[in-house]
Design a protein around this ligand. Structure first.
Ligand code: ADP
Ligand code: ZN
Length: 517
C-alpha cells in the first residue's frame, strides 16, 4: 500500500501531488528501475526524496549542480530529514559531519557530485554504508551528444552494477535520442519503467506567424499587453538593442540583455526584471538560466529558436504562476537559412549535425503545423491525449489545398537550374519574369519558365517557405543558400505522393496583413 499523503504533508508541506509525481514516486519506492522525464519545475526532486524516506538505508543522489544540491540538503534538513552532501563546495567540518552521520547509519539522503565517483575511496564507502537506491538528477548529462555531457556520469552505470540496487533517473530533456542513450548508459540497455509527464502548460497560448515586418509585429504584440512583464527573444545581440529601443519609443519600459554585456549590467537587468512590474527584456538566449519570475505574462520570438526543445524551454518561462500567458513566434525563410547554416558550419560531428537538423525540422513542422499546435508540440515529446483550445490553430483552423502541382513545378525549376539558385530567382523563372539574371543564364528557355503564373510572387514565397518547413528543400550554405532538393521530395517529384499546404499562409502572404495579436 502506497500511502504517501502523510509524508507529503508533514515533511514536504504539500497538499497534493503534481501531475505524474505519485506514480513515479510509487514506482521508485517499490524498487523499480525508473526513467522519468518531467519538465523543469515539474517537481522531480520529490519523486526520489519521498521514496528515500519510505525505504530502508541510504539513497545516493547524483547531481551536477552544487548550488542546487546544497539548496535541497538545506531544505531537507529544515524539514527534519537527515540529508548531507559531499561536494567540492563543502567545508572540512561539513564533510566530517556527513561521514560521521554515514558511519552511524543516520543519513537518509546523500547528495554527491559525479566527480566523486572517480575516487576509489568514495566507491568503497558507498559499498559499505548500505545504499539501497541511486537517484540521478539531470540524467541527460550522460549523453555524449548533449550540451551538458559530464564524462563522470558514465561511472554511474558501473556504480549501479557494483551495488546491485535500483536506479531512478530524472531529466527534463525529452527527445528520443537522449532517452535511448540514458537507457543504454545507465541501465545497460534494459528498459526501465518509463514516465513522461507534465509537459503540458495549459495556461500558455501558442501562436506562430510568418515574419513579415518583424518590428511592427513585435510592437503590435507588445502593444496589446502594456504593463505586463514579457520577454522578446532575438537571434542576434545587435537586434536586442534595436528592438528594445523601438519598444521604448513606443512607450514601453524595455531593456536589452545579451552575453556581450558586462556581468554587472546583466545583473542590473536581471534584478530590475525580478522587481519591476511590466518590464520587457529583449534578449538573446543568454537570458534564461536562473530567471525565476513567476508572473511573466508573455514571450515573443522575433526570430525562430534553434530547436523544438529550445522553443519549449523559452516559451515555458511565461506563466509559471499558472495565470494566462501568451506567446508568439515569428519565422520566415531567412530564419530557416540562418539556423541551417549555424548547424552546418558548426564544429559538431556529422551524426550530431543530422540530429540538430532533425530538431530544427521538428520546430519547422510545428511552425507549419496543420492542426493544433499543442498536440503537435507535446506529440513530439511523446505525450498523447492532449486537449488544447489555447493555440492559434484551435482558435482559427487552417484550410489546406492540394499543392502537389505547384510543389512539383518548384522542384522541377530547382533541378533544371541544377540546384544553384534561391527562392527569389526560382520564382522569377516560375512567373516568367525576364530579369537580367534570367536572360544572362538563358533560363527563359527552360520548360518551367512561366509555368507558375496562377500564383503571385508572394504566394510562391509562401510555397517555398512551406517546402523548407516540410524539409523538401534545404538551403545549401556552400552555394550561398541555393535551394537543394532532399530525399523527402522524391516521391512528390515522381508523382508517387501528394502534398497539402496551408492555404491561409499562402493567402496571407498575398495580402500581407498586420499580424493578429
Ligand atoms: P524540478 O523538477 O525542476 O527539479 P523541483 O523538484 O525543484 O523541480 O520542484 C519545483 C518546485 O515545485 C519547488 O519549489 C517545489 O517545492 C515545488 N513542488 C514540488 N512538488 C510539489 C507539490 N506536490 N505541490 C506543490 N509544490 C510542489
Ligand atoms: Zn490547439
Amino acid at each position: 500500500m502506497f500511502d504517501a499523503a502523510p509524508l507529503l504533508r508533514d515533511v514536504f508541506g504539500f497538499d497534493a501531488f503534481r501531475p505524474g509525481q505519485e506514480e513515479i514516486a510509487h514506482a521508485v519506492a517499490s524498487g523499480e528501475n525508473v526513467l522519468a522525464i518531467m519538465p523543469t519545475g515539474g517537481g522531480k526532486s520529490l519523486c526520489f526524496q519521498l521514496p528515500a524516506l519510505m525505504r530502508d538505508g541510504v539513497t545516493v543522489v547524483i547531481s551536477p549542480l552544487i548550488a542546487l544540491m546544497r539548496d535541497q540538503v538545506r531544505g531537507l534538513q529544515e524539514a527534519g530529514v537527515a540529508a548531507g552532501a559531499l561536494t567540492s563546495g563543502n567545508t572540512v567540518e561539513e564533510t566530517e559531519a556527513v561521514w560521521a552521520a554515514l558511519e552511524e547509519g543516520r543519513l537518509k539522503l546523500l547528495y554527491m557530485a559525479p566527480e566523486r565517483l572517480a575516487s576509489g575511496a568514495a566507491m568503497g564507502m558507498l559499498r559499505r554504508i548500505g545504499v539501497n537506491l541511486i537517484a540521478v538528477d539531470e540524467a541527460h548529462c550522460v549523453s555524449q551528444w548533449g550540451h551538458d555531457f559530464r564524462p563522470d556520469y558514465l561511472r554511474i552505470g558501473e556504480l549501479r552494477r557494483a551495488l546491485g540496487v535500483p536506479l531512478a533517473a530524472f531529466t527534463a530533456t525529452a527527445d528520443a535520442e537522449t532517452r535511448a542513450e540514458i537507457v543504454e548508459k545507465l541501465f545497460d540497455g534494459v528498459e526501465p519503467c518509463f514516465f513522461l509527464r507534465g509537459f503540458d502548460r495549459p495556461n500558455i497560448h501558442l501562436a506562430f506567424a510568418v515574419k513579415d515586418s518583424p518590428r511592427r509585429q513585435i510592437l503590435d504584440f507588445a502593444g496589446g499587453r502594456r504593463g505586463q512583464a514579457g520577454i522578446v527573444y532575438c537571434g542576434t545581440r545587435a537586434k536586442t538593442e534595436v528592438l528594445a529601443q523601438a519598444l521604448r519609443e513606443d512607450g514601453h519600459s524595455a531593456c536589452h540583455y545579451h552575453g556581450g554585456m558586462e556581468a554587472e549590467d546583466r545583473r542590473i537587468v536581471e534584478a530590475r526584471f525580478a522587481r519591476e512590474d511590466g518590464l520587457i527584456v529583449v534578449a538573446t538566449v543568454a537570458f534564461g538560466m536562473g530567471i525565476d519570475k513567476p508572473d511573466i505574462r508573455w514571450v515573443a520570438h522575433a526570430d525562430l529558436p534553434k530547436s523544438i526543445e529550445a522553443y519549449y524551454q523559452e516559451i515555458g518561462r511565461a506563466g509559471r504562476d499558472g495565470g494566462p500567458a501568451e506567446t508568439l513566434t515569428l519565422y520566415g525563410p531567412d530564419d530557416i537559412r540562418l539556423r541551417r547554416n549555424q548547424i552546418d558550419e558548426g564544429l559538431a560531428p556529422p551524426e550530431r549535425r543530422a540530429a540538430d537538423h532533425a530538431r530544427l525540422n521538428a520546430l519547422l513542422g510545428l511552425a507549419e503545423a496543420l492542426t493544433c499546435r499543442r498536440q503537435t508540440l507535446l506529440g513530439y515529446f511523446g505525450e498523447t491525449d492532449v486537449t488544447c483550445g489555447r493555440c492559434d490553430l484551435c482558435d482559427n483552423p487552417v484550410e489546406l489545398f492540394d499543392a502537389t502541382t505547384p510543389v512539383r513545378m518548384a522542384l522541377s525549376a530547382i533541378l533544371r537550374t541544377e540546384e544553384w539558385f534561391g527562392a527569389g530567382h526560382l520564382t522569377d523563372i516560375l512567373l516568367g519574369n525576364m530579369t537580367d539574371k534570367v536572360r544572362e543564364r538563358g533560363h527563359d528557355l527552360l520548360p518551367t519558365y512561366g509555368v507558375g503564373i496562377t500564383f503571385s510572387k508572394a504566394q510562391w514565397q509562401a510555397i517555398f517557405r512551406q517546402m523548407m518547413g516540410h524539409d523538401l528543400v534545404r538551403p545549401d550554405p556552400g552555394r550561398h543558400g541555393a535551394l537543394r532538393m532532399t530525399e523527402a521530395a522524391l516521391p512528390i517529384l515522381r508523382g508517387e505522393a501528394a502534398i497539402e499546404l496551408r492555404k491561409d499562409t499562402v493567402r496571407a502572404a498575398a495580402r500581407r496583413p498586420a499580424v493578429k495579436a
